[in-house]
Write a protein that binds this ligand. Structure first.
Ligand code: PLP
Length: 386
């Protein structure tokens, strides 16, 4: 059965970089949680709770397995989204460990603003490094001693990638810094890039990788001693006295993930993430080929038009452009009227797209495994007409 069969023939969804469409098995897993074992995870002893525990634990294991990471070195915590994960880590880093903060020019506002806030709060310098046209970080002779580096693995406007990811992590660690990777756009298309990563933390949004709305932090166990927990509450303490408490993450290595999980979690969404990982890992060569060929065809069509200006040089499932003499927002609305759902504007990358590149607002098509050959034909037809 087609897992996106609920999508009408005349509906073209090209906004997967924001949230992917959810395949039916993922929605069914969420439904099963609500209809069959709605319960709080990691606290209750009745059968529904045991079922939830098993699936939540499974989801943590699947994230590590997907990235080929060992549980003795890394753990998985759940949050709201990528933005929340990055902010949470930056806010909880012990100020003693932070001498400067480094990011790059092509970041989403999520790390771009969070690094600004950290620099202001701690009164430490903030450095914005350039990336080359393919996405590699240009480190020059930057000294990363005491630096917290937050950079994306793939950009959300043309999918350019951090090709020198391994080198970045090595170099920052050699100097004594911390690396946090924004993998929001990497997990649906390029999670292999993060396999066996040695980064200190990787943050991503499950809703961009065919799962329900949820944030994920994959963190190195060694990061925890560099934190000063300030966001504290239920589910993360082992004992409480009148004036002090015993944090679970400090004393219980099997539950170290509680360090980023204050309060009750989105158990159903966590369960659905486990299902989405299975689904994503089961994509066949044909699925990949179809996505590649839809990407290539749409990219070639757009590049062949004299008045269309693409951002970036390479075909990518996430592509942005503007049409000379045509307002992107008007174009987006016109596409919408024809059933084509695409994004317009700067996609939260105001600094790079607007201030550095001085581009007008753009249109973004972001393809996914839900994209059908007919969708590309429809876009070509409607774009031609417009
Ligand atoms: C590269 C990148 N980083 C961070 C984010 C923020 O993700 P969220 O809004 O899920 O926190 C996005 C969202 O589009 C993104 O594309």
């Amino acid at each position: 059965m087609n897992d996106f069969g609920y999508l009408g023939e005349d509906t073209v969804y090209l906004d997967a970089a924001c949230q992917s469409l959810r395949p039916r098995p993922v929605v069914e897993a969420l439904e099963r949680y609500y209809f069959e074992h709605n319960s709080c995870g990691e606290r209750v002893k009745y059968p529904w709770g045991e079922k939830t525990d098993e699936l939540v634990e499974g989801a943590r294991r699947k994230v590590l397995k997907m990235l080929k990471l060992k549980s003795k070195e890394y753990f998985v915590s759940f949050t709201l989204n990528t933005t929340y994960g990055i902010n949470l880590i930056l806010n909880e880093l012990d100020p003693k460990c932070v001498k400067k903060v480094v990011t790059s020019e092509i970041e989403h506002n999520s790390p771009f603003l969070a690094t600004m806030a950290l620099s202001e709060r701690l009164g430490v310098p903030r450095v914005v490094l350039k990336r080359d046209e393919n996405g590699a970080l240009l480190m020059g002779d930057e000294d990363f001693a005491g630096a917290v580096v937050v950079v994306n693995c793939a950009a959300n406007f043309d999918g350019r990638r951090l090709g020198n990811l391994k080198e970045v992590v090595k170099r920052v660690h050699r100097d004594g810094g911390i690396v946090i990777i924004d993998a929001a756009q990497a997990m649906a298309h390029y999670y292999e890039m993060l396999e066996k990563t040695e980064a200190d933390a990787v943050c991503f949004s499950a809703h961009k990788m065919y799962a329900s709305s949820l944030g994920v932090i994959v963190a190195r166990r060694g990061l925890v001693p560099k934190l000063k927990q300030t966001f504290i509450g239920g589910g993360m303490v082992d004992d409480v006295f009148e004036e002090r408490y015993l944090l679970t993450a400090e004393g219980n290595k099997d539950h170290i993930y509680t360090v980023f999980e204050p309060g009750l979690q989105a158990w159903g969404e966590i369960v659905a993430l486990g299902e989405a990982i299975d689904w994503l890992s089961a994509r066949t060569k044909e699925d990949k080929k179809r996505l590649e060929s839809c990407t290539r065809e749409l990219d070639e069509f757009l590049r062949s038009r004299e008045k269309i200006h693409m951002v970036g040089n390479e075909a990518n499932p996430t592509m942005s452009f503007y049409v000379e003499g045509l307002d992107s927002h008007l174009l987006g609305a016109a596409l919408g009227k024809e059933g084509i759902m695409a994004r317009t504007g700067y996609f939260c990358v105001h600094y790079y797209l607007d201030k550095v590149m001085k581009l007008p607002p753009l249109v973004r098509f972001s393809l996914s495994y839900a994209t059908r050959e007919g969708d590309v034909e429809m876009v070509k037809k409607v774009m031609g007409k417009i």
